[in-house]
Design a protein around this ligand. Structure first.
Ligand SMILES: C[S@@+](CC[C@H](N)C(=O)[O-])C[C@H]1O[C@@H](n2cnc3c(N)ncnc32)[C@H](O)[C@@H]1O
Length: 331
């Protein structure tokens, strides 16, 4: 799965950690397919540094409503400020929720909001990867944390590597990192933590490099890449969250969501940007199922990928895949 790995892009490219800290991917196709219109209601489930939110806000205008969600409080605040600042008086009504996007349907129902557009740009933002305190990067020494919402409790990556059984660790590395040497790495982790608890990114990266050797990740990929990706996905339950969001969309489209029915308007456009094949598989399956049941039409027959220029200018874009579905007009 090398071409789909998050980390096939450089972990942080210098230009991206400056300024806003994140260059949004696939901006053109997102606007084309999601097509936000003046006065509509849009939800950005992963506000990040507000790049996509800005584009959407400009289309919605002052008569529209933009709901911004992020598990990372700092990113959410940044995105809100940025939209307000850059829309200079023409911003839509802004609603910000520091929350996991699995909460979207419930919160929309509570607030009586109905979305015409929904976007989720999955994974991490470059500023998070660049911050050693977040523990996401194998090339920056820091506490082995990896949580998108450090204030929200839950287990850190250090908790996982120091407490899970060898089998549980190997399964995480195999399933979420598609790491062929999962069992060897897991065994080494368990041996090493018997001597000293594994608390930092450098300690973990060193252990993996010792097992795989300096070229063990493949050409131009650090050997620790897959292990870090796998742990990040496990710590944040990234696939579980995605499934839950897709199920909420599907329930709403089916009109069987009880009190949640209606949080997406008929005709709503839903776009998901994924960065590895595990995520894209979930989106493909869910959107395909909606289409088969006559509940939506996929606007992207194949996942949309970045063109050569964007891939060159923004290495993050190399593994990005966008799928968009338009829910049917009547239910
Ligand atoms: C790829 S970045 C989004 C970048 C954004 N589109 C932009 O243009 O700046 C992903 C963001 O989603 C957030 N995130 C990831 N998983 C989340 C979840 N389950 N719930 C809420 N936010 C999440 C991360 O904290 C990060 O800020």
């Amino acid at each position: 799965m090398t071409d789909g790995l998050h980390s096939n892009r450089p972990e942080v490219s210098p230009g991206h950690s400056e300024g806003v800290g994140h260059v949004p991917v696939l901006g053109g196709p997102i606007m084309e397919f999601l097509d936000p219109k003046p006065g509509e209601v849009a939800v950005d489930c992963t506000a990040g540094r507000g790049g996509h939110a800005m584009q959407i806000a400009q289309r919605l205008g002052p008569s529209g409503t933009l709901v911004l969600i992020d598990a990372d409080a700092e990113n959410l605040a940044y995105a809100k400020d940025r939209v307000l600042r850059e829309c200079s008086g023409e911003a839509p009504r802004l609603v910000g929720w520091h929350a996991n996007f699995v909460e979207t349907a419930r919160r929309m129902a509570v607030e009586g909001l109905h979305a015409d557009v929904l976007l989720a740009d999955l994974g991490f933002a470059s500023n998070q990867m660049a911050d050693p305190d977040r523990g996401l990067s194998f090339s920056r020494d820091g506490a082995l944390d990896m949580r998108f919402n450090p204030a929200g409790g839950g287990r850190t990556a250090a908790d996982l590597v120091n407490t899970l059984s060898e089998q549980e660790l190997a399964e995480i590395l195999r399933d979420f990192g598609e790491e062929r040497q999962a069992w060897r790495i897991a065994a080494k982790i368990v041996r090493e933590r018997g001597n000293t608890p594994i608390e930092t990114t450098s300690q973990l990266a060193m252990i993996v490099r010792q097992v795989l050797g300096p070229r063990g990740g493949g050409p131009r990929i650090d050997p620790a890449t897959r292990t870090f990706q796998a742990l990040r996905i496990a710590v944040n339950d990234e696939l579980g969250c995605l499934r839950s969001l897709l199920e909420a969309v599907s329930r709403c489209a089916s009109g069987i969501g009880g009190g949640m029915t209606g949080w997406l308007n008929p005709g709503a456009r839903v776009g998901i940007i994924s960065f590895h094949s595990l995520e894209d598989r979930e989106v493909k399956r869910a959107f395909g199922e909606l289409e088969r049941r006559g509940l939506g039409e996929q606007l992207t027959r194949k996942p949309v990928e970045a063109d050569d220029r964007e891939r060159h200018e923004n290495p993050r874009a190399r593994s990005a895949r966008l799928r968009v579905i338009r829910l049917t007009d009547s239910r």
